[in-house]
Design a protein around this ligand. Sequence first.
Ligand SMILES: Nc1ncnc2c1ncn2[C@@H]1O[C@H](COP(=O)(O)OP(=O)(O)OP(=O)(O)O)[C@@H](O)[C@H]1O
Ligand SMILES: [Mg+2]
Length: 248
Amino acid sequence: MFAARDLSYSYLDRFPALDRVSFDIHPGEQVALLGANGSGKSTLLKILAGLIFPSSGALSAFGQPLTEESLADEQFSADFRSRVGIVFQNPDTQVFSATVREEVAFGCLQLRLPQEVTEQRIADILTLLDIGDLADRAPFQLSGGQKKKVALASVLVMNPDVILFDEPTAALDPRTQHWLIDLIAQLGASGKTVVIATHDLHTLADLTTRAIVFAEDHTVRSDGPTSEILRDHATLHDVNLVHDHAPR
Ligand SMILES: Nc1ncnc2c1ncn2[C@@H]1O[C@H](COP(=O)(O)OP(=O)(O)OP(=O)(O)O)[C@@H](O)[C@H]1O
Ligand SMILES: [Mg+2]
């Protein structure tokens, strides 16, 4: 799905966010990007989504180079954008339509699907996410958790092969967190490739089978099975994902 070689990224050429990061992500994998605040997870997701481009290094998606130039090709861009969906941490950056129904329809209109197909898909997704009763509401008036569901609906309605999640369970109540974890697990079980940026060690084992660990210097510190990473206390300590409590 993705092949990344020595990706580096700096904001404004001054603020480093990724330093020579390499990995492959295979079809159907569920991968965590694990790291402390500021280690570069969100930056990497935006690069994988083709929203920003690495300062150096090479990235390909579906066997094709993923660059500003390749995405200038309308055919490649439409194909890539229909196959890769991203759910941002903050849904306010993602919902902009007048109603929830229009928000969810937007992606289908981009895909130029026939109207009946679009309507059926929207109905299915609203039911799946249990937000049918919100269909005629304005997304910006909804609660954070409701907005998150709408953002998720607008991505899932495209039926992408790859779904990128940035801190999916942040700011959700426990019941909604559980529901979302189940949903993400189902997406994985149905063969979707799922990449999740997180620093939450608790949900990791339920959601992913592999974790790529980022250090605070923006390099990859470790890459392996989630169960092994979770047992590797020294690495987790090193990258500031666990800390020792001072004795009382
Ligand atoms: N728009 C920006 N301008 C300048 N620097 C930025 C910008 N966005 C992020 N950075 C910097 O890039 C680095 C990586 O940020 P990024 O948001 O990718 O981290 P993260 O791992 O997602 O962190 P968090 O867990 O807090 O979400 C940080 O040092 C951050 O300060
Ligand atoms: Mg982030």
